[in-house]
Design a binder for this molecule. Sequence first.
Ligand code: CA
Length: 224
Amino acid sequence: MSEPSFENKTLGLSENLLNYIKNLAGTENPVLTELREFTSNHPQKKMQISPEQGTILSFLIKCTGAVNALEIGVFTGYSSLLTALSLPADGKLTAVDRSEEFTGTATEYWKKAGVENKIDLLLGDANDVLDSLLETKKEFYDFIFIDADKKNYISYYEKSLNLLSAKGIIIIDNVLWRGLVAEESADDRITVQVREFNRYVSEDRRTEMCIIPVTDGMMLVRKK
Ligand code: CA
């Protein structure tokens, strides 16, 4: 039988193919599963990363040997829990969010999974928190995940670059914004902000980036 022909380009994922990948990806930590199911009833459930994104983040944390991680935008805690579980025993995650309600849920699940000691929660406006981290510059971060309000993405990116260790990576979520970034007619506020951010980073000579078109698009950035 001849092999089916294919074009060498990224596939639009069918539900079948997505489930196939999910099934191959192995077992999710049971507390992560529980948290994902809890959040699936939340009105803002779209703010949670997908499990297939999670497997990539976890892989990146482990293969870069990250010890110190920073997360901007916690929501109910799926990615922070996954990060804490993926870091080594002496690893530390600094998690930044302004919502006491969301991070209350997150904290509950961090405890349930026994990783609360690996996570420092900093409550407040992310720009202010990042400024105070920059002031003290007590430590640099090997892995920074940005998944918060899109209007501040450029500011979070700039501040993160100054907090990034030499070999560290920054991951930015939602850079394809439901595919709207590529639709010329789409000119709503958030699409324009995400598009501006993407162009800003792609023109930044200090760094190198790539985009993984998983879920809503994740950008990976490293210093040159
Ligand atoms: Ca997101």
